[in-house]
Every structure is written in C-alpha cells, then in structure tokens.
Design a protein. Structure first.
Length: 291
C-alpha cells in the first residue's frame, strides 16, 4: 500500500505537467519538425512546385551564396548593435528605477511597460512617421535651421536599430530590475563606509550581482532582434533585408517553401550556437574577474 502511494506521488508531477507538455508539443515541436522536414525537399515550378524528395540543395545554396552571406551578416551586426545599446541604456535605467521611491517607481515602471501594451506594428509605424524624410524629426530640425536637408533614416540600418532598441529595451530593463530586487542595499552602504568610491561599489558589487539579469536580458534582446520581422520589414523596406524578411519572401514571394524553411532552420541553429557560446564566454570571464 505504501509502495503504491509512493509511486502515485512520483507520477503526479508528470501528470500535472502533461497539459503544458501537450501544448508545447502541439504548438512548437510539431511545427518545428515539419519545417525541418520541409527544408530537405526540393522545389521546381515546372514539376508542380514542392517535390518530396530528400536533398541538401537548399542548405548548400544558402551556405555557398554570397547574397545570403550578406543577409546573415547584416542580421548579426544589427542584433549585436541593438543588444549593446539595450545593455548600455537599459542597465542604468533599471538601476535608477530600483533606487526610486514610491510613487515615482510605479509611474516609471508603467512608462517602461506601456509600450509593450501596444502592437509592435503600431510602434514601428509611429517611428516611420517620426524618422521619415517628411517626418516630425526632420521637419523640426529643418524648421529651426539645424539641417538643410532631411536626414535619411528610413530604409537604413540606423533607423531599424533605433526602432528595435525602443521596442526591445523593456525586456532588458525588466531582466536587470529583477536581479536588482535580490541586491541588499546595505551591501552598497557597507562598501562605501569602508572607503570605496561609488564607481568602485558599482563595478565590484552591483554589476557582478546583476550580471545574471544583464546576461538573460541581452540573450532575450539578441534572439528577438535576430528573428524580428515587422520592424525591419516596415522601416528597412525591400532593399534592407534580414533573415526573417528573406524567409518570408521565399515563402510568399517566390513560393519556394523549402528554401524559406532552410533559411529559418539555419537562423534557429545560428541563434542557438551564438547564445550558448555567449553564455559560456560571459560566465568564464566574470568567474575569473571576480574571484
């Protein structure tokens, strides 16, 4: 009897997690497997489109074609830039938010989370209105005489990076702010009372404590930037392609679904490799620096 009760206790967690696991398998794992299978099919318009025969031609084309090399490098550089700016802007913002007192902390938190309540498409269209050649920013600068002609921000990497930083910086702030909640304010006071400067306290006490939040936030921002579609599509246009918009064009433009699936799979693999390498590098660096 006791043995049966122990077996029931051991099985219960698995039974409780079954609905979540079924949802995960149905909504994520099965579509991912189907996309992977599709990427190994060939495509020939003269033979009816998709041909269900195993081939590595799609991956070979992406890996060997300089056109796709440029798109992947552009996506990587854009993701790195957005991540760096989010870290540089979001970490101090989270620290200031942590040191605020009520009710200003709640008001600022609402201001940070507010943009997340608005569709990313709406926010991106708002940036298009701001940074366009006849947008608010250019017209204002020309009106006060700071520039003679509009600054070209639409359909450029700069404009896309600015918009993506605005879209994704709340994720960085929230990640760092969550780590700061575990930081004891008395530790900072103790460091200063022992003669350490505020900068030294920040560098030797605060940053090591919040590094998990910075790491997790930067990983989230990098992954979301690398797979971003709406913002690069609207502000980058047809000429400034990234991996996500290229896969979309292959699916709905040329109808070459296997090639689009191969691009999507390679993006996923690249994201996993970069994020895992980044985690290992940062953990090793800070483990050596703060021994």
């Amino acid at each position: 009897m006791a043995q049966a009760r122990e077996n029931n206790i051991e099985i219960r967690p698995y039974l409780l997690s079954t609905p979540a696991m079924a949802l995960y398998v149905g909504m994520f794992l099965i579509p991912l497997i189907m996309t992977l299978m599709l990427s190994f099919y060939s495509y020939d318009m003269t033979k009816g489109g998709i041909i269900e025969e195993f081939t590595l031609a799609n991956y070979t084309e992406v890996v060997t074609d300089s056109y796709f090399h440029g798109i992947f490098l552009r996506t990587l550089s854009m993701s790195v830039l957005v991540t760096v700016f989010c870290v540089l802007l979001g970490t101090p913002e989270a620290y200031i938010l942590h040191r605020m007192s009520s009710p200003w902390k709640s008001i600022c938190m609402l201001a940070i989370l507010g943009p997340l309540l608005v569709s990313v498409v709406v926010r991106t269209l708002g940036w298009a209105i701001l940074i366009g050649s006849k947008g608010v920013i250019n017209q204002s600068l020309m009106a006060i005489g700071l520039i003679d002609q509009p600054i070209k921000l639409m359909f450029t990497t700069t404009g896309v990076v600015i918009a993506l930083v605005h879209v994704l910086i709340p994720f960085m702030v929230l990640s760092v702010w969550a780590s700061l909640q575990k930081l004891d304010p008395q530790v900072e006071s103790a460091g200063q009372s022992l003669g350490a400067s505020p900068f030294t306290v920040l560098r030797r006490i605060v940053i090591p404590e919040i590094m998990p939040g910075i790491l997790s936030g930067s990983v989230i921002v990098f992954a979301l930037t690398a797979s971003a579609f709406a913002t690069p599509s609207i502000l980058g246009g047809r000429r400034l392609k990234v991996v996500a918009t290229t896969a979309y064009d292959e699916y709905l433009g040329s109808l070459n679904w296997p090639l689009g699936a191969a691009i999507a799979v390679l993006l996923l693999i690249a994201n996993i490799i970069i994020i895992m390498s980044y985690n290992k590098f940062i953990e090793r660096k800070y483990a050596q620096a703060f021994k």
